[in-house]
Design a protein around this ligand. Structure first.
Ligand code: C2O
Ligand code: CU
Length: 470
């Protein structure tokens, strides 16, 4: 008992883990036409974030697991899963990043009646694009996601690229007490008006990691998913040379990360190819350096003693086949401006009285001058269906915002007015303070789509709106 307590304190102080096990792969659940339908039960559970035999942290889970089971389908198949709500409050499940009919998008009151306690809802839709996605509630998300409700959705390519191992790392960030319990205070003013709820313990696949065992010579496809409410990760793989092959599930020309950092804002995903080209028995740390003053070692990559499985790195192609998004017509696209303001320490916030009134209502942020009061509101933008559109997103705040659009993927065509090198497809674009990003897409999916910052405390305090495609 006492010893347990001490080791937990150590973990919290350093932000890294000392669990004795190696990495546990996420539990996977097959969905899709020819298999059993996946069944997710949202309910309280107790899990072992610190590893070992004694689960000590009370969470909200899918099927008693944190993260929830990984759902896997093949591109072009149908994803079907039933969500049963055994929580004491309503919930929904949003399949983040997947393009689907509006009715399946999991937004309470906008796309469906929320799932009341004791009720179930069946989500079912065809999956057009391969890639790495995730699911999470869209009700009271600042609390429900933080308490553990999230999981991976992997859509396999029809012909996958050759790798020795295909792994998913669900990255999460927790604010825990010294007893290892989730602290309350969800959505408080300080978190809402600043960086969001930053935690003090980081997990990979639901466990504070210590080491990740690899075999010399192997080629790994590593799918990173940031399910944290607020933490941005900037992973430094040290002596390894990862190549990015997909952002937010969407293929990109393979390239090494800029400045050596693999940066993922909340809700973002990145697929990496890493060749394990060190010697047996070596140990190589992976650091998270996004916040330089608080850099920490996330995990050690430990090479087993086994001899290399090949003598030189694989040379087979790592380019992923393109997905099926229509190509936006940049020349003829309609332009729209979207301005984000608010938060603490920012300029461009409205004058005193208005600001105070907003804060009394718990609203800290606006999009084009309007704080989301939901659950249903007039659209912020109306986009003509079938046309190409360019949105210039201006972050006029002092904070980072990962901005997410439902129902579509978009190309990030420019940052601060300059064309991007890869014109990457994303569904969530991280915009640094006082910067801009131009995104382009064909509005081909009709409906009222949520458009919001994915820092859960920001969206809960106004940074959300509706984009109507009709
Ligand atoms: Cu991850 Cu509105 O979604
Ligand atoms: Cu934000």
């Amino acid at each position: 008992m006492q010893r347990n307590h001490v080791s937990r304190r150590t973990i919290l102080k350093t932000g890294l883990g000392f669990s004795l096990s190696t990495m546990i792969p996420a539990t996977s659940l097959l969905a899709g036409t020819n298999k059993l339908d996946a069944h997710l039960v949202a309910k309280p559970a107790r899990v072992a974030l610190f590893g070992g035999q004694n689960p000590s942290t009370d969470v909200w889970s899918y099927n008693n697991l944190v993260p929830g089971p990984e759902m896997r389908v093949r591109q072009g198949e149908r994803l079907k899963f039933i969500v049963e709500n055994q929580l004491d409050e309503e919930t929904t499940v949003h399949s983040h990043g997947l393009r689907m009919p509006h009715a399946m998008d999991g937004v309470p009151y906008v796309t469906q009646k929320p799932i009341a306690p004791g009720e179930s809802f069946t989500y079912e839709f065809d999956v057009p694009d391969a890639g790495t996605y995730w699911y999470h509630p869209h009700s009271n998300s600042a609390e429900q996601i933080e308490r553990g409700l999230s999981g991976a959705i992997i859509v396999e390519e029809r012909v996958p690229i050759a790798v020795d191992r295909d792994m998913t790392w669900v990255l999460d960030d927790w604010r825990l007490s010294s007893q290892g319990l989730i602290l309350g205070g969800f959505g408080n003013h300080m978190d809402a008006g600043m960086a969001g709820r930053m935690g003090n313990a980081v997990t990979i696949n639901g466990e504070i990691p210590k080491m990740f065992e690899v075999r010399a010579g192997e080629r790994l496809r590593l799918r990173l998913i940031n399910t944290a409410n607020a933490r941005v990760f900037g992973l430094d793989f040290g002596a390894h040379r990862p190549r990015i092959i997909a952002y937010d599930g969407q293929p990109v020309e393979p390239h090494e990360p800029q400045n050596g950092l693999v940066v993922l804002g909340p809700a973002m995903r990145i697929d990496l190819i890493i060749d394990m080209d060190h010697e047996p028995k070596q140990s190589v740390p992976i650091f998270d350096r996004f916040y330089p003053a608080q850099a920490y070692r996330l995990i050690n990559v430990v090479y087993s003693g086994g001899s290399p499985i090949r003598n030189s790195s694989l040379t087979s192609p790592i380019n992923l086949p393109a997905n099926t998004m229509p190509e936006p017509d940049i020349e003829r696209a309609q332009h729209h401006d979207v301005v984000f303001t608010g938060g603490m320490m920012g300029r461009g916030m409205m004058g005193g009285g208005m600001r105070e009134q907003m804060m009394r209502n718990g609203k800290m942020w606006t999009i084009n001058g309007i704080a989301f009061e939901g659950p249903v509101m007039n659209p912020l933008l109306r986009l003509e269906q079938g046309r190409s559109h360019i949105l210039t997103l201006r972050n006029e705040t002092a904070w980072y915002h990962p901005i997410h659009l439902h129902g579509h993927s978009f190309r990030v065509i420019a940052r601060n007015g300059r064309g991007t090198r890869f014109r990457e497809w994303q569904d969530t674009v991280l915009i640094p303070p006082r910067e801009t990003a131009d995104i382009a897409f064909v509005a081909d999916n009709p409906g009222d789509w949520m458009f919001h910052c994915h820092i859960a405390e920001h969206l809960a305090s106004g940074m959300m709106g509706i984009v109507r495609v009709a």
